[in-house]
Design a protein around this ligand. Structure first.
Ligand SMILES: [Zn+2]
Length: 550
């Protein structure tokens, strides 16, 4: 089990998914390896389609059903790993209606296929399962089901499972590297209730007992934790957005009691889309539409059905994470969770160790939302304000192949690193084209941090490896050291940094802008004025210190 905690120390408790803590020694088990690596029993087959079909029973907190897993054979192997976490159980697995032998090892179930598996062939297995899935202790930070009631006593049910894994509630290949090309999610719910899942509502089937099956179809690749089920006595309203790829359908599902508030608050979706399409390119899932769905927890970036529980107010549960006032200009959950449609759902990490690709860019996207609607000063102030919640406890990048995420600094510190890059590029049109380029280059893909780092270096036009090593793999904040020397000379270098750290930095000499290219070796600037005062541009997340001359 992974150990988790929240940012208890801050008044902003519960803000961010902080993952594992620095103080806790990390011990990984064989189960962590099975869960977190591309095992041989996973590597030989490529997911093409999931057909998940379940019945949800709020009375006894159970669910049952099946998942048909369609795949393409890459290597002619016959042992297949399917994941499903206890206490859920696989009842049987079939291929072409023939029951197969299944061996359980913890949360992994090994299916022994009988038919030959020929390279290039597309085949499917059907997995029947049931049980009472783990209940989330603290959604969305701890995974599982949330079984609640609305104010009228109707069931109000939701899933959330980033990190802990989708296999908490349905059998799948629970590793992020592989996504199906499309998916159907059919959910049968008791009379009077509605299920909202990802993609578009394909059909609703009514049964003799008054229960209904809602079938949703996702036309695009989708990551495991993005798949979700939300059940309530929902009311629905809709809107359209004229965007870069044409008309985008916006569908909203909320509790009846909140309908009027939602109609007002959700207007921010249009503002969000306008800002993010400008900075990142077209919304990545026009075919599936965009939805906001009210849930009994804060919210989550479920693909094309972003879940919402921020209480129809601006800020993060009404507060401003940056402490600058700018955070109250927008609804944190609408903006942040939707930002993930570009960074998390469009561009998805292969290994959760690289979760910065989701959270750094998305935390940063909040500043670009402000930039678009309120200007660059607002954006800068917001990002700088977030620095007070940076811990510098452990590196942002976690451990690979064991389902381990790095420090919660992946939010504010990662965002500040990207803000550094914006300064280095020093040309907002170019910076925007790089951000849009990322979403085009890695459209609907799962990626490694190396791919993202290399792309950024290439596009920015300099080797940014030392910058990434510094901010993603080290906990020190680089310090710009300088000395004022006799003879009107200034000496400067980076310290408290990784070997060979180099990063250009904008400084002000007596208030006049000047770019320096410091390295970890002393360099010199000649002909400066006597009694020069040096300041670093606040937009750089670095420290400054003056060394008295010898
Ligand atoms: Zn996030």
């Amino acid at each position: 089990m992974k150990k988790r905690h929240l940012f208890g120390a801050l008044a902003l408790a519960g803000i961010l998914n902080l993952g594992t803590t620095a103080a806790q020694a990390q011990e990984f088990t064989h189960q962590d390896t099975i869960r977190g690596s591309i095992t041989p029993e996973r590597a030989w087959w490529d997911l093409t389609f999931y057909d998940l079909n379940i019945k949800v029973n709020p009375q006894d907190s159970s669910l049952q059903g099946s998942n048909t897993i369609r795949y393409k054979v890459l290597k002619p192997e016959q042992r297949m790993q399917v994941d499903l976490q206890s206490p859920m159980r696989i009842e049987r697995v079939t291929q072409n209606d023939k029951e197969l032998k299944v061996e359980q090892e913890g949360n992994a179930w090994y299916v022994q296929l009988q038919e030959p598996q020929k390279i290039g062939e597309e085949k499917e297995i059907k997995v029947f399962y049931s049980g009472k899935p783990q209940v989330s202790k603290n959604p969305p930070w701890s995974g599982g089901m949330t079984w609640q009631r609305d104010s009228k006593g109707n069931p109000f049910v939701a899933t959330s499972c980033q990190g802990d894994g989708a296999s908490l509630w349905w059998p799948c290949k629970d590793h992020m590297y592989d996504e199906p090309d499309s998916m159907r999610i059919s959910v049968r719910v008791p009379k009077g209730l509605t299920d909202v899942s990802n993609g578009r509502l394909e059909k609703v089937q009514e049964h003799a007992d008054g229960s209904k099956t809602f079938s949703w179809f996702v036309a695009n690749p989708i990551n495991n934790y993005g798949v979700n089920v939300n059940i309530a006595d929902y009311v629905h309203f809709s809107d359209k957005y004229k965007g870069e790829k044409g008309e985008l359908d916006l569908n909203y599902y909320v509790l009846p009691v909140n309908l009027e508030k939602a109609k007002k608050q959700f207007k921010q979706v249009n503002q969000m889309l306008e800002a993010f399409e400008y900075w990142f390119g077209p919304y990545p899932f026009y075919e599936d539409g965009y939805k906001l769905v009210e849930v009994p927890y804060l919210g989550m970036e479920h693909q094309s059905s972003v879940t919402y529980g921020n209480g129809y107010q601006n800020g993060y549960r009404g507060s401003d994470l940056s402490g600058t006032g700018w955070g109250k200009k927008f609804d944190f959950i609408i903006v942040h969770e939707s930002g993930h449609e570009w960074f998390a759902n469009n561009i998805t990490y292969k290994d959760i160790a690289d979760m910065w690709i989701h959270e750094s860019f998305t935390n940063y996207s909040e500043s670009l939302f402000l930039d678009y609607h309120y200007g660059t000063t607002a954006a800068n102030e917001y990002i700088i304000g977030l620095r007070k919640i940076i811990q510098n406890d452990t590196p942002i990048i976690g451990k690979y192949d064991v389902n381990n995420q790095g420090s919660g600094d992946m939010y504010p510190k990662g965002a500040n690193m990207l803000h550094n890059l914006r300064q280095i590029v020093n040309n907002d049109e170019k910076w925007r084209s790089i951000l849009r380029g990322l979403n085009k280059e890695f459209y609907h893909q799962t990626v490694t941090t190396k791919q993202i780092e290399d792309y950024l270096s290439q596009q920015v036009g300099r080797n940014l490896n030392p910058v990434f090593d510094q901010y993603l793999r080290d906990i020190r904040i680089p310090k710009l050291e300088y000395k004022l020397m006799t003879g009107n000379k200034l000496q400067y270098r980076w310290t408290n940094a990784v070997a060979n750290f180099d990063m250009p930095v904008r400084v002000y000499l007596n208030g006049k802008e000047q770019w320096l290219e410091p390295t970890t070796k002393w360099q010199e600037l000649k002909n400066i004025k006597p009694y020069t005062k040096l300041q670093v541009d606040d937009n750089f997340y670095v420290n400054l210190s003056q060394v008295p001359k010898a």
